[in-house]
Ligand binder design. Sequence first.
Ligand SMILES: NC(=O)c1ccc[n+]([C@@H]2O[C@H](COP(=O)([O-])OP(=O)(O)OC[C@H]3O[C@@H](n4cnc5c(N)ncnc54)[C@H](O)[C@@H]3O)[C@@H](O)[C@H]2O)c1
Length: 356
Amino acid sequence: MADMIIATKNYDIVCGKEWSRKLNALLQKKKFSSFFILCDENTFRLCLPQLITQCAGLSKAEIIEIEPGEGSKGVEVAVNIWQTLSENEADRHSLLINLGGGVVTDLGGFCASVYKRGISFVNIPTTLLAMADASVGSKTGVDFAGIKNLLGTFKSPEGVFINPEFLETLPLRHHKNGLAEIFKIALVSDKRFWASLQRSNGKHVRQVIIEHSIILKKKIVQKDPLDQGPRKVLNFGHSIGHAIESAAMDTGSDLLHGEAVLIGIVVEAHIAFQKKLITKKTLQEIIETLRPLMEGIDIPAIDTITLIELIRNDKKAADGKLFFALINGIGSCKPQVEVTPKQITSAIEFYKSFAA
Ligand SMILES: NC(=O)c1ccc[n+]([C@@H]2O[C@H](COP(=O)([O-])OP(=O)(O)OC[C@H]3O[C@@H](n4cnc5c(N)ncnc54)[C@H](O)[C@@H]3O)[C@@H](O)[C@H]2O)c1
C-alpha cells in the first residue's frame, strides 16, 4: 500500500511505511535539544520497541509511562508529566513524542502546549480512533471535575506519523471503538463512504479507510479551525455521548469514548427523526448498520435528568438552550439545531427499548 502524506495547514500527517523515515527526517531537521516519549503501559510494551529500533536517535529519550485508559487523562497525571519535564530540564527546544491512543495524544498535547508556554510535540497514534480521528484538528485536553475535556487548548503537533502495523495488537473492543468515529464522520459528511463502510461491515480496516476519514475531517476542520460554527457537525453523537461518558466516569464504569458515541449516535439520530430531519427508514438503517458494533457494550444505567444536566454543563449548551449537531440525511449534518429536554427524554426511552 502506497504511503500518503496529508498536508494540513500547520503540519503533515504521514500514513504508511514511510512513517519512521519521515519522523527521522523531522528529528534531524529541527535539532531539538532533548526528547521525551509519553506512552502508556501497553504502548510501552507493544509499540515503543519498534519506535526506538526505527528511530535510533530516540534511544536516549526520557520515557514517561502512564497507566492506560481514560482515568489517566486528568490534571494529576498532567502535573506528574510537567514535573518529569521540569526535573529533566526540558527547555523550549525539547520535543515530546506522544506514542499511544487518544488519551496519550490528548494529554501529551495538552502538557506540551502549556509547558514553558508551549514546546513542540509529535503524535504517533497507535489506536484506530487516534489514527482516524484524533490525529486531525489540533485539539488537546484533559478531563476535569467529572467533565470530559473541560480543560484544553488548540495546538498543532509538528507532525503526525501513522504506522497502521501498530493496529495488529489492538484488541477487538478498541477496534470497534475506533470504527464508531469512522462511521460518524461518514454519517455527517460522505454518503458514499458510509455505503462502502456498510459493505465492508467495518471488518477490514485498511489504511485507505483511515486516510479517507482523516481527509474528511480535515476538510471540515479547515473551514472552522476553532470550532465556532461548521466544525460542530463533528459533534454529532457527542452531546449525548459525552454526557454518557461523564456519567460513566462517575460510576467507575469502563465505557469507552467510541462506545458512548455509538449510543449518542443512535439517541441523536432518533432526535433527528423526531424533528423530521431524517425518515424512519434512515433511522432504522443507521441502527442496523451500527448494531454489530454495539454488541456487548456494557451500557451504564442512564438517569435522564442527570444526563440533561450534564449536557447543560457541557460546552455545547448556550444561554440555557440546548443545541445539537443533527444529521439531516446520510452524509449531511446541521451544526446547530435546538433540541428540547422532552425530545432528549423520548430519544433515550427509544434507545432503552431498542437496547433491552
Ligand atoms: N483530540 C481529538 O480530536 C479527539 C478525537 C476523538 C477522541 N479523542 C479522545 O481520545 C480518547 C480515546 O482514545 P482511545 O480510544 O485511543 O483510548 P486510549 O488512548 O485509552 O487507548 C485505548 C486502549 O488501547 C491500548 N492501546 C493503544 N495502542 C495499542 C496498540 N497498538 N495495541 C494494543 N493496545 C493498544 C491503550 O493502552 C488503551 O488501553 C478520549 O479521551 C477522547 O476524548 C480526542
